[in-house]
Design a protein around this ligand. Structure first.
Ligand code: ZN
Length: 153
């Protein structure tokens, strides 16, 4: 399994978790993209089985990633509902990548979360935080100066 395959499996699983409603403020997130644009990622994604080094768990503890709704409530996306074989494949891929890249499971999952975010948000040409930053930088540097204002006042 390649990184692109692993990421697309995770994205299609997560897309299947929507629509989702915040139990506190009742805001409905229609798609994964809607969710990513309107919540704030919190902490690190956790895959308990990966941390434990159990790559073919018969009863997986599962993986979870938490984001905060604008109302402050924590909303979790989990691996619940994914077929156990799919989940094993992802665990095996992730375990291999931690060894190959010299990363801890936590670091690898943090990287994967960012890659998923980039992919989901860029698919529809949504501004990522990076292009937002580039745009705001551009606006500052092209701001008209006030050199000629003296002549007009
Ligand atoms: Zn909410």
């Amino acid at each position: 399994m390649t990184e692109a395959e692993a990421i697309s499996i995770m994205i299609s699983h997560m897309e299947g978790l929507f629509p989702k409603t915040c139990p506190n403020c009742q805001r409905q997130f229609v798609t994964l993209r809607d969710f990513m644009l309107n919540t704030m990622p919190i902490g690190n994604p956790i895959a308990h089985d990966l941390e434990l080094g159990d790559l073919r768990p018969l009863h997986p503890v599962g993986a979870v990633t938490v984001s905060n709704c604008r109302c402050g409530s924590s909303l979790a996306l989990t691996s619940d509902g994914m077929s156990v074989f799919r989940y094993w494949e992802l665990l095996i891929w992730a375990h291999r990548e931690t060894k190959r890249r010299g990363l801890t499971p936590k670091e690898l999952l943090q990287y994967v979360r960012w890659e998923i975010r980039k992919k989901v948000l860029s698919e529809l040409n949504e501004l990522s935080s990076i292009s937002w930053y580039e745009n705001s930088k551009q606006k500052v540097s092209t701001k008209p100066t006030t050199i000629c204002s003296a002549g007009w006042s």
